[in-house]
Design a protein around this ligand. Sequence first.
Ligand SMILES: Cc1ncc(COP(=O)(O)O)c(C=O)c1O
Length: 456
Amino acid sequence: MVFGIGAKKKKNKHKDVPKELEAFWMPFTPQRDYKKNRLRTLVSAEGMYYKTDDGRTMLDGCSGFGCTNFGHNHPKITEAIQRQAAQLDFAPNFQFSSPVAFEAADRLCKAMPEHINHVFFSNSGSEAVDTALKIALAYWRARGKSEKTRMIGRLRSYHGVNFGGISVGGISYMRKNYASSLIPGCDHLPHTHNLDHQAFSKGQPKWGAHLADELENMIYLHSAENIACVIVEPVAGSTGTLVPPVGYLERLREICTKHDILLIFDEVITAWARLGYATAAEKFNVMPDIITSAKGITNATVPLGATFVSDKIYDAFMQGPENNIEFLHGYTYSGHPLSCAAALATQELIDEDGMYQKAQAIAPVWEDALHTLKDAPYVVDVRACGLMGGVQIDLGDRPDDQKSRAAEVFNKMFFEQDITMRYTVDVLGLYPSVIVNEDEIGTIVDRLRKVLNEVD
Ligand SMILES: Cc1ncc(COP(=O)(O)O)c(C=O)c1O
């Protein structure tokens, strides 16, 4: 047998799937259906818009995937990446380093709450989460409390796809294939969503703070001396923009403090102006011990995950002989020069262009516009927070994922209305960039209404 370019005879394994599309096993995508029928091919982008391979201009209602927070292809970020690539393409950070990693870490930590001054870099939100969980466990060990190992997540939470993340995560279909292999000793708080009490709330729902008290029950059951951490998304993103009820996050913080349990905010989607602030912690004025971040940290240009930790945590590791590695963890690309250059340029852009102020100014326009869909067909709830938005629809007798009413809306929005969005089960997800203007918001909402009127 001869190996080499062109040597392998490619066969059409799946009827009607073009051969050249077979190799790429796409993430979270029905391979055969997509490759046969539904190519949504994006070939270039600028600001709020994508261009498709068939020459259409798409209004990006989803800022990529809730990650191009400041619009696509920003020249300042592109130039910074190009400069860095030409100067130093890669330097390892295991016992070597490059200035740009220190600079990026310092700059990013300055945007964090007062008590958070250290950051561990990785490559994605999933890695940032698993790093956070490992830090939590190793922290308690460093403090001589190695029995504190239980980790508490929440139903309907998404913490990425790695084993730690799905173990504390609260989405059943993400977990079921791995059920008995998940990390033992994880519990889940109830989620905070309730249509009867909260439907069409503006701002934070008034009902639901008491759901945090379930943590007291878990502590009663397992004892605080066995519990390492609680991890939540301050606003749950992937399962449909679940905004925390008034007082809920405060209550979680209180209980964690009372029982000496670390509180982790997974801010992979909520950080960097998505809610009008650097972090949800700042917006809601609730201070966790660890914050995870990714997505908008580089405006999605180069992958970067970041796990920010409090001084208390970092200092607990800094003991023992100085020439011992304190935390045996890291990725080849932790602090990659290109991602760090992109992060620095993103921070500059945020400061120079007043991105937090811009986000705060446009967020109420976004929320009001989205709420006009209240009387559109099938709509059972509208939720918004900062530049996150979820429109929950009744799937009726069409719950089947790829054939559901939500899937049809998603497809019609793309193929007929030139708008990109996403959906999870029964929630239509829209997260425009901070640079979205009122006209573009109007266009997104009007076209969504039109589609909701058309589907059956
Ligand atoms: C809250 C949260 N955590 C973790 C992740 C996983 O991030 P990634 O896809 O970069 O691994 C996501 C992604 O959407 C997220 O929203």
